[in-house]
Design a protein around this ligand. Structure first.
Ligand code: C5P
Length: 212
């Protein structure tokens, strides 16, 4: 068995020294890669710029990317060769329409505007190509109407289940070592897990995939 795991943020370049990013550290994705490797499962690990330490295992094949576009290309190249994917990366939804070749100078007065264009939805692209023998798991992090958004993403991206985490719950979200998640399945079932280390959340995800 071989699975694809995406992790971390993406950086969208504005000029040679600036980018648009997010607070993802890649911890959850790293924990998922480690949980698969623990079970002897090979992992194609595609990650944005992360600080979390990637498991030093011959089963984990790491590919580093920076932007949403690079992550899209790396994932599309590998998805077809895998039995499925866990898409954990916090991919930028928008990227600057134009990358300045020189550092943008501060104007003396007035606001400054950067035009943004949408990036490709990697999960949705994989969802369109997904074969019957492949599984797909996504993540959802919302600040409101979590359940409705999760159910919508599940359908739009053709996922088997989605791991929903809320930023409002203490011990969940960016940077911390714990998470509070609810699994939302394609048939509408939900399963709420208590606060637990991300390493344990990862094992619970892998358990549900490997027993499928
Ligand atoms: O950004 P959104 O909340 O729609 O993300 C939900 C899921 O889709 C996550 O699993 C995320 O990794 C994935 N995603 C992606 N490519 C994007 C945006 C999100 O793969 N451009």
């Amino acid at each position: 068995m071989k699975v694809l795991v995406t992790a971390g943020p993406t950086y969208e370049k504005i000029d040679p020294v600036r980018f648009i990013g997010n607070f993802s550290t890649g911890k959850m994705g790293v924990a998922i890669a480690a949980a698969f490797a623990e079970k002897g499962i090979e992992v194609e690990f595609v990650c944005g710029p992360i600080s979390a330490e990637v498991p030093d295992s011959p089963l984990v094949h790491r590919t580093d990317v920076v932007s949403a576009r690079e992550m899209y290309d790396a994932v599309m190249e590998r998805f077809g060769t895998c039995d499925g994917a866990v898409l954990c990366a916090a991919v930028a939804d928008y990227t600057p329409a134009h990358v300045y070749s020189e550092k943008v100078k501060r104007e003396t007065t007035g606001p400054m505007t950067i035009e943004l264009v949408p990036t490709q939805d990697i999960a949705a692209a994989c969802g369109r190509q997904k074969r019957d023998d492949q599984f797909m798991v996504g993540f959802a992090l919302e600040t409101c109407d979590e359940m409705a958004h999760a159910a919508d993403k599940l359908r739009r991206k053709n996922l088997d289940f989605i791991v929903m985490n809320s930023l409002k719950v203490q011990g969940a979200g960016f940077g911390v070592d714990t998470n509070v998640v609810t699994f939302v399945y394609a048939d509408g079932r939900t399963e709420e897990l208590p606060l637990m280390p991300k390493t344990e959340v990862a094992r619970e995800i892998v358990k549900r995939i490997t027993r499928k």
